[in-house]
Write a protein that binds this ligand. Structure first.
Ligand code: ADP
Ligand code: MG
Length: 586
């Protein structure tokens, strides 16, 4: 059997486009080819379960990635379902099957805005040509009496088919790496791509690096494997038993099963009830390289009406930083897709760290299409609800624990409230304010506690250092203010006020004179009254001149305060106006 033909596609430009297109994301081919190998294994296992295929009981399904640095060859070898010659014709030669044609249409339309296509999905097998000048498939189908088949293509639209060489079931994809792929001859580049895309794929992956070692290296290796190391002290009184033991140990060491590169059963695939806290933490460290433990986490596990699994972690705030440094990794059936896709994950959740596996997600589309997709909308609603539920549960059932987390999670919650109406509605009762009394209160709690002193008002501190004097005064007077000093608090204050009609929120140095207690002078002498009025007029004139503002009002009052001799107040309205103008750069 030797057959030649043309790939059935309607564009001769297909492969050149593929090459050009993913210039920056070349490593995608690793994901595509290794995930095809995984699919090949899973398909066969499925057939076996249905009684459609027979596999020996001790069969070990494995994928081998073999890099030959001397020959510039990279191979992906599986022992999965394999293909018959007819299947190659159907699935490989007719590119129309997969997303490729679709992709091509879209790509040509959007050639100018390459980034529009999200993560480059569904390109599949042909992504091999991003790095290879020549690609060969050598495959033997699982079917009884199947004939091995071989396919070869040098990157144009011509291919060649022939009898295959494989004697065992499965597929070997051989890439003859060209100029565009030579970086993958580096062990480290190859490993980086494998770790990125394949760390949680469901079939064990092993990497073999083949390089022609020099004669001297070979000799040294050979010698090492025949040598047992014994120290002079040990040699002194070595018994026969000791020697045998050492031999055994050496043998075991040499025969040790190599470990696969990937974790085939990532934690998110397990049932939450079967996972321990230690496992959740270890998984977090492993995936996010964060030495800190996460505060808590949410294990998402849903099958209906769509499938979604994942773990979302609430990280500790990075020290000395008010921003959270999040990272949400997206997977489809344990195949890594991308990080932080705003169109899939509600934006505020990107402040968290986590993994999401969404096998049903329509990945083969542009970002804008994804945004309008009902699936994404539903998923996002579901995740938002789960996060809100977890927070309100913690608040209700473990208030003190929740309070201890507030400094770390407050930023996230406030940001989330402003970004998502639905999120705010769900968590609004669990919004806390740390006050100058060192306690954590909800808005209703604060209002209730302070209603004798001031009604429907929330005072806050935006800078504990700058406003130290006012805080002292507040404390002296038995008043309390919320500390809202992170960058997110500025817009959050306005948001809160808008959401809580009737509650006025004022900075601690705002129009507080009504609230402050004055010295009770029942009998004010005429002389004192006059003196006060005099000071008033003088001060008013002084400040009007100073600030060039004739409508300025100045009042002199005797405060019930030990520590303060004088202070300036600025109306909340004016201050916010100034703040806004500053924000707009005026
Ligand atoms: P997709 O995986 O989305 O179907 P690909 O272009 O990646 O598209 O692969 C096309 C088809 O080629 C697959 O659906 C499968 O039938 C076949 N194929 C590719 N790689 C293998 C493999 N390693 N073993 C068996 N079949 C394969
Ligand atoms: Mg594929």
């Amino acid at each position: 059997m030797n057959e030649k033909g043309n790939l059935s596609i309607n564009s001769e430009n297909f492969l050149p486009i593929i090459k050009k297109w993913l210039y920056t994301d070349k490593d995608i081919f690793v994901r595509e080819l290794v995930s095809n190998a995984c699919d090949a294994v899973t398909k066969l296992q499925k057939l076996a379960r249905m009684g459609e295929a027979e596999i020996p009981e001790d069969e070990k399904f494995e994928i081998h990635v073999v890099l030959n640095q001397d020959l510039h060859i990279l191979q992906i070898i599986d022992n999965g379902i394999g293909m018959t010659a007819n299947e190659i014709k159907k699935y490989i030669n007719q590119i129309a099957f997969s997303g490729a044609t679709d992709f091509l249409a879209k790509f040509q339309e959007k050639a100018e805005q390459e980034n529009e296509i999200i993560g480059h999905f569904g390109l599949g097998f042909y992504s091999a040509f991003m790095v290879a000048d020549k690609v060969e498939i050598d495959t033997l189908s699982y079917q009884a009496e199947a004939q091995g088949a071989k396919w070869l293509c040098e990157g144009g639209i011509d291919y060649e088919m022939d009898a295959g060489n494989r004697e065992t079931r499965g597929t070997t994809i051989t890439l003859y790496l060209g100029e565009d792929g030579k970086e993958f001859l580096e062990e480290s580049t190859l490993y980086a791509a494998l770790r990125k895309y394949c760390s949680f794929m469901p079939v064990p992956i092993f990497v073999d690096i083949v390089k022609e070692s020099t004669e001297a290296e070979k000799e040294a290796e050979q010698k090492e494997s025949n040598t047992i190391h014994i120290s002079p002290e040990e040699a002194e009184n070595l018994t026969k038993e000791d020697a045998l033991e050492k031999l055994e140990a050496k043998k075991a060491e040499d025969n040790e099963d190599p470990k696969p590169l990937n974790d085939t059963t990532p934690l998110w695939q397990k049932q939450p009830k079967d996972c321990t806290d230690e496992e959740y933490k270890a998984f977090y460290h492993q995936v996010f390289f964060d030495m800190n433990d996460p505060l808590f986490w949410i294990h998402l596990n849903m099958d209906y009406p769509f499938r979604l699994k994942g773990i979302l972690y609430f990280p500790k705030l990075v020290e000395h930083m008010d921003v959270m440094d999040g990272e949400i990794k997206l997977y489809a059936n344990q195949v890594y897709i991308a990080d932080n896709i705003k169109e899939v994950v509600p934006e505020f959740l990107l402040l968290l760290k986590g993994v999401l596996d969404c096998p049903d997600m329509p990945l083969n589309v542009s970002r804008s299409a994804l945004q309008n997709d009902g699936y994404v909308e539903k998923m996002s609603t579901y995740i938002t609800k789960k996060v809100a539920d977890k927070l309100t549960q913690l608040f209700k059932n473990e208030r003190s624990v929740y309070e201890s987390f507030w400094n770390d999670i407050g930023v996230f919650i406030k940001y989330g409230c402003m970004r998502e109406e639905k999120f705010y509605d769900k968590v609004k009762d669990a919004l806390l304010f740390k006050t100058t009394d060192g306690v954590y209160e909800t808005l209703p709690e604060y209002l209730e506690k302070n209603k004798e002193k001031h009604e429907n008002k929330l005072f806050f501190v935006s800078d504990e250092n700058l406003q130290a004097q006012y805080i002292r005064l507040f404390k002296e007077q038995g008043l309390e203010a919320a500390i809202l000093s992170t960058p997110v608090d500025k817009p959050f204050v306005s948001f809160l006020e808008y959401k809580n009609t009737g509650v006025s929120i004022q900075r601690i140095d705002a129009d507080i004179s009504e609230t402050l207690q004055k010295k009770e002078d029942t009998e004010i002498s005429e002389a004192k009254k006059q003196a006060e009025e005099h000071t008033n007029t003088r001060m008013e004139a002084f400040f009007r001149g100073l600030l060039q503002n004739d409508s300025l009002k100045v009042s002199v009052e005797d405060l019930k305060a030990e520590s303060i001799s004088a202070m300036l107040l600025l109306s909340e309205k004016s201050r916010r106006m100034l703040e806004m103008m500053e924000a707009y750069g005026n």
